[in-house]
Design a protein around this ligand. Sequence first.
Ligand SMILES: Nc1nc2c(ncn2[C@@H]2O[C@H](COP(=O)(O)OP(=O)(O)OP(=O)(O)O)[C@@H](O)[C@H]2O)c(=O)[nH]1
Length: 348
Amino acid sequence: MAERESIALSIVTGFLGAGKTTLLNRLLKDPALTDTAVIVNEFGEIAIDHFLVETAGDGVIELGGGCLCCTVRGELADTLMAVTERPQRPRRVVLETTGLADPAPVLQALAAHPVLSVLYRPEAIIAAVDAVNGASTLDTYEEARRQAALADRIVITKAELAPDGPEPLRARLAELNGEAEILDSRDSAPLTAAKLLRPGFAAGSRTPLTPSFSEAHHHHHASHFSSVCLVHDGALPLLAVENFLDLVTTQQGEQILRIKGLVETDDDPDHPVLIQGAQRLLHAPERLSRWPDNAPRGTRLVVIGQHLDVEYIRRIFAAFAGQAAVDTPDRKALEENPLAIAAFRPLP
Ligand SMILES: Nc1nc2c(ncn2[C@@H]2O[C@H](COP(=O)(O)OP(=O)(O)OP(=O)(O)O)[C@@H](O)[C@H]2O)c(=O)[nH]1
């Protein structure tokens, strides 16, 4: 059998809602990436991202819910193997991690794998860090620090939404990772595959592959982060969803790290509304021109957070979606009488 060139593997990482999918979509428009397989890993049980990644290739491969640096590492290995067996073998794989993943164990597992280490060559780690939440996220979450510290290239996103601009964050990131090139997502020119995906140092041979670095990964995030998936079959009034988001972010704002999902609205069911929130930043709902291929109709929202009151969020959603239980207020009661909300207060 003729020797075949190994497949380049790049990783797009970054904290929850930092802008990984947005960056990936931009990259995938680059003609240099037509021959690319995309693998997406999400934290919640219901995946949304694979509907939102716009690839012209063979679609997006979705890894099961769970973080690839712990629970789905085996599934990633199987997926990477399956990609090499495709009749049209891609030249590159880009893997979008969950916002909570540590890229180091992923690369280490790859390097230690007898077959995959030959079939793949690590190319670059790109981290998205958003200018609105980035600094406080770096202060609070070890996961975010590790993503930025391991990256070859860091892309600062949402700089236009940050009152102080990107500079304070840039300085902080440069301190954390003096080796990475730091870019701004507003610069259209440099965000090409040639710029972002050329072979990097971290992905190849730096610290991630040394055992002591990977041992520092305690898998602790599985225990204190949780997600809740909210589903409603059939259309809903957009206002009901907006009121739900309003209430839930008021009541659980400290705990919520990410909200996203698609809503079928009763006024325009053929054009779903995309809901996006990252910590306290709730982006304006966006009306899509069509339902993404294979996306189920209805409403699917994922809320990810730390110490979430999952039961409370479920009950509030059920009320706004008209699924209220007999002994709790329904949407009308909640909208007409804010005091009715008290019936849902999380237990002290
Ligand atoms: N204004 C602005 N919005 C952005 C930028 N990058 C991303 N967003 C928005 O931020 C929200 C989250 O972006 P995503 O790309 O889905 O973030 P993500 O990191 O893939 O999210 P998870 O996979 O859930 O962790 C979306 O509403 C994006 O449109 C940016 O540079 N500027």
